[in-house]
Design a binder for this molecule. Structure first.
Ligand code: 5GP
Ligand code: ZN
Length: 117
């Protein structure tokens, strides 16, 4: 199935502990770690342990997991002390998705502008 670990997936390897990451939170469903190329003082990626290509596939195949991931995003934002945050799921290459294991970008710690461009 699409949720089986993908041998060549970078984020499956982070979930498995095969590639190091600065982990800030873990639950039974998700792992949260600092982005290696942060775009703000706080830039955390929250990913499901299950492999799904993008948020659309996850929502389709496991909507309960998608809901729990959102709750875990909120917990990370609170843990980071953010008064506000931006939550981004780049979805598809046309939207600059580069890692095809769904990840929520949690961005904050500076003034955020809108629209994002
Ligand atoms: P995307 O462009 O797919 O939405 O975002 C992928 C994100 O993963 C980028 O912000 C990139 O900096 C981050 N990233 C890529 N490789 C690694 C890695 O090996 N470790 C960590 N912590 N982040 C990574
Ligand atoms: Zn994966």
């Amino acid at each position: 199935t699409s949720s089986a670990p993908e041998p060549d997936c970078l984020f499956c390897k982070i979930v498995a502990g095969e590639i190091p990451a600065t982990i800030v939170a873990e639950t039974a469903d998700t792992v949260a770690f600092r982005d290696i190329n942060p775009q703000a003082p706080t830039h955390v990626l929250v990913i499901p342990r299950e492999h799904h290509r993008d948020v659309a596939v996850m929502a389709e195949q496991n909507p309960a997991l998608a809901g729990r991931l959102l709750a875990d995003v909120a917990a990370v934002a609170q843990q980071e002390g953010l008064p506000g945050f931006r939550l981004v799921f780049n979805t598809g290459a046309a939207a600059q998705q580069t890692v095809f294991h769904v990840h929520a970008h949690v961005i904050g710690g500076r003034e955020l502008t809108w629209p994002p461009g």
